[in-house]
Design a protein around this ligand. Structure first.
Ligand code: CTP
Ligand code: CA
Length: 227
């Protein structure tokens, strides 16, 4: 496609993207988090804006900046905050992509004062956070809903399970233990699977290029749904 065509592929579309990790507090100086840097989600936001979309980017704590004035950025810290914001924003968007690495557990108790060390073992009781993507899948109306899956084994099998279980229209599966893929890397290797179980492997490329390919596959599937 010509450059000009690419710029208008997503014109008129409102895209909601979540990116980065969440951070679950133990006390005022400590927290649980994960390896996500937000690079894939930010690349999706930038690629979508370049393709003409109006983008809302809900970001966990990352050290990335966004420059495009077509991207509205909302910063969150915890899984609970991300849940609240994504649920408020959901209805006003056409495409929703959850590339964030949401914490599955958080400390049951958050201490107001710094915990002091003691002799012997420390036990921290953890409780489940809400599954944001699953809740969006349950209330989905006109939206095209896309999840990500980070796997270290059986990526396709686990990814397909998530696609079905969370009522998604597509899933982008990420084998995070592959060379050139996953957390912090500037490149990625993914498999895109739609609700008809059609698989598209996207071989190693920059996260921006992967983002463009994923957005084009989403558009194609949205067109097919209408016909
Ligand atoms: N996700 C979410 N809310 C959570 C956990 C995950 O919205 N509390 C979303 C992620 O943003 C991602 C998808 O669900 O789009 C899959 O995340 P992943 O961690 O791969 O899968 P889980 O369902 O959490 O299962 P597990 O970690 O056990 O593999
Ligand atoms: Ca998880």
């Amino acid at each position: 496609k010509s450059h000009q065509e690419k710029e208008t592929l997503l014109a008129g579309k409102r895209i909601l993207i979540s990116a980065g990790p969440t951070r679950e507090k133990i006390d005022p100086v400590r927290y649980f988090t994960n390896q996500s840097t937000g690079k894939m989600g930010f690349a999706l936001a930038e690629a979508a804006a370049e393709m003409g979309a109006a983008v809302t980017l809900v970001s966990g704590p990352v050290s990335l900046e966004i420059s495009s004035n077509k991207i509205k950025r909302i910063n969150v810290t915890t899984a609970e905050e991300m849940f609240q914001v994504m649920n408020v924003e959901f209805s006003s968007h056409d495409i929703v992509i959850k590339s964030a690495a949401v914490a599955d557990y958080r400390p049951k108790i958050t201490y107001d004062e710094k915990m002091k060390k003691k002799d012997g073992k420390l036990h921290i009781e953890m409780e489940r956070t809400k599954d944001i993507l699953k809740s969006l899948g349950e209330k989905k109306a006109h939206q095209f809903l896309v999840g990500f899956a980070a796997e270290t084994q059986n990526p396709i099998q686990y990814g397909k399970g998530k696609l079905k279980n969370k009522n998604l229209d597509a899933i982008v599966i990420n084998n995070v233990s592959e060379e050139g893929a996953g957390f912090g890397s500037d490149t990625n290797i993914v498999t895109y699977i739609n609700s008809k179980s059609e698989e598209h492997e996207i071989s190693i490329a920059s996260k921006k290029e992967i983002a463009r390919s994923v957005l084009q596959l989403i558009l194609q599937d949205m067109k097919d749904d209408v016909v």
